[in-house]
Design a protein around this ligand. Structure first.
Ligand code: NAD
Ligand code: MG
Length: 391
């Protein structure tokens, strides 16, 4: 029996993870569930899974939840605040931590899990984008295990040589390149000039995946793929030149590894995050996920196309940030979070997102990012610079 802390349990990944966990009560029990301020959903989850602890970042939401939990006669203890998130991520009663908080807020609890040597099922790509060097160092030093849940990275990981850990440096070891597939998002067939007036509602209506708002906008700009290039760099030790992005509109091949002998290994499946979640939960074994089997005949065809950097300027910015190194990727991530939030709140246009990120990147000086303080300071500065362009 493995004890799980599920960070961000009320979100898209969080609820998919609970859907898998619900199918295997003999293998996993829930130690802690956490959310920002979704009291109703977290209360329902507490009723169903009876975690030992429930954490809400927001204090008044925690008070509401606590009242409802007590009234319902549940034994769950309700805590609040950032410290509590770190506590449940690193607690010695916990075996696995599912990291499904969105954005930079996920970083500190993930670092706490790494320091405590946990198996971390990583959905939150922003943590690696902000501080890949620090996180990978903590993972290695403390004997933690980092398993990718992002579908592309989980696919790559499944296609890499058996028995190698994810902390292996793959560059120059028989692998020509990693090929990340991208659906192209909801605006893939739009002309460039038509992007200016697209709305948040259109941007979050993804053709293949149902996801949280922030990652849906990231998919529309393809910053999501850019963040994933950076994520792949840290997870697999590959340089930016050996990581390629290809458009694949059906989202059936989740990514590929191209070996120097000409073999290209791909991982396929229906686009449903329960597959990578189940894979990372059960590794090195396999468990049912509830995902419907792939029907290749019904599918009929798979298409591929070039990912055009003119159509997706955010992808180009992410490659440039990775090549610049240090805290540049943390600056990119912070500026993107602010710009996406402003777009969702209808304060800027869709096409302003890359413009704001580029302005912040050109104005701010990055540093080596060897310490958490540096990373957090550059994240903060990038947010205030980005906000300057919005107000
Ligand atoms: P979401 O918005 O649906 O859920 C986010 C969760 O984090 C919620 O439980 C929310 O309460 C919690 N949260 C939000 N802000 C918080 C804060 N400041 N402090 C603590 N908790 C907070 O997001 P999602 O789509 O589930 O994505 C979660 C992460 O997984 C993101 O980093 C995303 O990039 C990554 N991811 C998601 C998918 C997907 O299919 N949704 C796929 C791959 C990777
Ligand atoms: Mg992905």
């Amino acid at each position: 029996m493995k004890a799980i802390t599920l960070l961000g349990s009320t979100g898209s990944i969080g609820t998919s993870a609970l859907s898998v966990l619900r199918q295997h009560p003999d293998k996993y029990n829930i130690y802690a569930l956490t959310a920002n301020r979704s009291v109703d959903i977290l209360f329902e989850q507490c009723q169903q899974f009876e975690p030992k602890i429930a954490v809400m970042l927001d204090e008044s939401s925690a008070e509401l939840l606590s009242l409802r939990v007590k009234t319902a006669g549940l034994l769950t203890e309700v805590l609040s605040g950032e410290q509590a998130l770190e506590e449940v991520a690193g607690n010695e009663a916990v075996d696995y931590v599912v990291a499904a908080i969105v954005g930079a807020a996920g970083l500190l609890p993930i670092l706490a899990a790494a320091k405590a040597g946990k198996r971390i099922l990583l959905a939150n790509k922003e943590a690696l984008v902000m501080s890949g060097r620090l996180l990978m160092r903590e993972i290695a030093t403390n004997g933690a295990t980092l398993l990718p849940v992002d579908s592309e990275h989980n696919a790559i990981w499944q296609c890499l040589p058996v028995g190698k850990s994810q902390q292996y440096q793959y560059e120059g070891k028989g692998i020509r390149r990693i090929i990340l597939t991208a659906s192209g998002g909801p605006f893939r067939d739009y002309e460039l000039q038509d992007l200016e007036n697209v709305t948040p509602e259109q941007a979050i209506a993804h053709p293949n995946w149902s996801m949280g708002e922030k990652i849906s906008v990231d998919s529309a700009t393809m910053m999501n793929k850019g963040l994933e290039v950076i994520e792949a760099h840290w997870l697999f030790g590959m340089s930016s030149k050996s990581i390629e992005v290809v458009l694949h509109r059906q989202s059936i091949i989740h990514s590929m590894v191209d070996y120097i002998d000409g073999s290209v290994l791909a991982q396929m499946g229906n686009p449903d995050m329960r597959t990578p979640i189940a894979n990372a939960l059960a590794w090195p074994n396999r468990i049912n996920s509830g995902v419907i089997p792939l029907d290749l005949v019904a599918l009929g065809r798979l298409d591929f196309a070039k990912a055009d950097h003119k159509h997706y300027p955010c992808l180009a910015l992410a490659y440039e940030a990775l090549e610049a190194g240090g805290t540049t990727t943390a600056i990119l991530n912070a500026a993107n979070e602010v710009a996406v939030d402003a777009f969702l709140n209808k304060r800027i246009k869709f096409t302003d997102i890359p413009i704001i990120i580029e302005q912040v990147l050109s104005e701010q000086t990055s540093c080596s990012g060897d310490s958490l303080e540096q990373v957090l300071a550059d994240d903060k500065e990038a947010r205030s610079l980005a906000n300057k362009y919005i107000i």
